[in-house]
Design a protein around this ligand. Sequence first.
Ligand code: NAP
Length: 391
Amino acid sequence: MSTVPAYSITTDAIAAEKERADRSNEDIDVAKILTIDTLDLPALKPTEVRMKILAVSAEHNIDHAVTADTVNIADARGGKIYPGNSATGEILEIGDQVKKFTVGDIVITHCNGGADEYGYPLRIYGYDAEESTGWYAKEAVLDQWQLIKAPLDCGLNLWEIAALPLRAPTAYHLWRRALGIYRLKVSSEHKARLNVMSFGGGVGELFLMLAKAEGHNAYFCAGSAERRASLEAHGIVGIDQKAFNRFATRDDVRAFTKHCKGLTGGEQFHVVCDMLRGPCFGAGLAVSARQGVNVSAGWQLSQVVDYNSTLMSVKQVTIDHTHYETVDGCAAATELYGSVFKPTIHKEIYGWDDLPRAHAEMHHNTQTGIPIVRIADEMPAAVKDLVPAGS
Ligand SMILES: NC(=O)c1ccc[n+]([C@@H]2O[C@H](COP(=O)([O-])OP(=O)(O)OC[C@H]3O[C@@H](n4cnc5c(N)ncnc54)[C@H](OP(=O)(O)O)[C@@H]3O)[C@@H](O)[C@H]2O)c1
């Protein structure tokens, strides 16, 4: 057994900081809750590997974990979790039955933490999967089924690769589900090119890259001007969400509806991806085309939604909920790194000690792309050419 530095979140830290912040989610200092700890790594079982973590992306569910705004996951897991759902690493040691990998391989994780009978995750590894420890750590022990070889020759740099292990499979699953549902209702014989819209965020932008790559019209409705500009470079049309006051009133939604009608020649959107819910949900339904599909795997602004069932029936709109990909689906999504998925990276690459600040900045929504944290000081030769100069 060895002990490595790792970040943890405890129920006590959440309670103390909530008390200090007077229960205001906005005022919570994430860096007081997500703190450096140590983690005991178990001895390797025959099918397991020991991995050095090279880089991770900051994932939004850590924000949910520190604010305990959806479920108090640290409490549910007995008072402490070691978070981190997405990592790129180098294999340092393998168990004697490991066949898929060898020492020195560069790999990415998926976070499917145990599947139902159809392959879909019942739990997320490093989050709600029992006894799982996440990858905001210097090293980790994992089973070989949890790893996929990193596509080092896909054209992306190391930070771009590190942005994708959680968000790309989520987007991939949302897209194949949304398209499948739409095609059940309207065949390509009747409608080949769809209007596809997503609200802001890393998953949303990857979803639109899939739609764009398949020839559809794609629209990104976000507050961040930098992020919209970055997607416009891929031919994805930006809609400034703040021009509609983030849908604070009915008049804002009406103005948004009119704007979208103008953008789409009156047709509106055949597919909408909404990872945020809250005010985005109603706005997304308002701009749905007939036979439209509204998909989500997130609930960042609200867990509960309501809608006019009669209106949705008359328009034949389907509201679908997904969670995360199957293990096979995660591997399929990885095939599209670089050719389809070209993620927008936040301008600062954070260091190990900056990880809490990366999450504090995510909490305050000041980042301009997917946040990446460099965990390893020394990079292996296999990825040295993939590390942009100065980062
Ligand atoms: N089920 C799953 O497997 C899964 C996987 C990934 C994510 N998720 C969940 O999905 C949600 C989004 O994830 P993500 O990875 O796309 O997050 P992300 O990359 O951190 O993006 C979140 C986006 O939310 C937007 N935003 C922030 N405050 C807002 C507000 N008040 N109103 C409207 N938009 C606001 C921001 O865009 P603008 O300011 O530019 O509009 C930001 O880019 C999170 O809740 C996350 O936990 C679930």
